[in-house]
Ligand binder design. Sequence first.
Ligand code: AMP
Length: 211
Amino acid sequence: MSYRIPRTYIIILYTMLNLVLFGAPGSGKGTQSAKIIDKYGLHHISTGEVLRDHIKRGTELGKTAEKYISQGQLIPDELMIDILDDVLEREAQGKPGVIFDGFPRTIPQAEALKGLLKKRGTDLHGVVGLEVPEEELVERMIARGKETGRADDNLETIKKRLDVYHNQTSPLKDYYTKEGKYMPVKGHGAVDDIFLDISRGIDAIVADMEK
Ligand code: AMP
């Protein structure tokens, strides 16, 4: 008798699992998030997507967000934290966990995330950091801009976004390393190889939690 092993399968989690997928703009967070969701059944929250949806719908928040996004700047922390609190309330209830993509981007946001999860009786279990050389980030974003028409994927805004990343976001690597939660992954090469490394990391986090 022959058995067919399914190509994709969902890992059943016995504990809540909350992860941050961390990395510079263009590091592949969106691509890898989709694979993580497929395998682990987590709920995906991309703050960039939430904001782009508001812009598309022409809401007041969308109008405010567009001013910052078009300049390659971050939405102010206080506003961004309120938005995340609201999304968690509406979307994350009863889910086996969340993969945060694009949040946190500053130390105050990381502190706030801790509080938002604590208030819901849970915690952040790990931070997967996609590490990609800068030249490749720029090439990827230029290509994405051409493919999707995404407005902030133009060279001038890309440079500003990378500056913002280095000044405001990259300090989070140290922050989470000190908390023992940062797990670097080589984020260039074949998409499936990168995902294999991410999966190994996540499986180790899950095994640790189930001890
Ligand atoms: P992303 O799709 O994650 O690359 O985000 C696109 C843009 O949305 C960023 O360049 C910021 O202007 C804004 N944005 C997304 N997430 C955040 C966040 N956590 N804090 C502040 N601004 C954000």
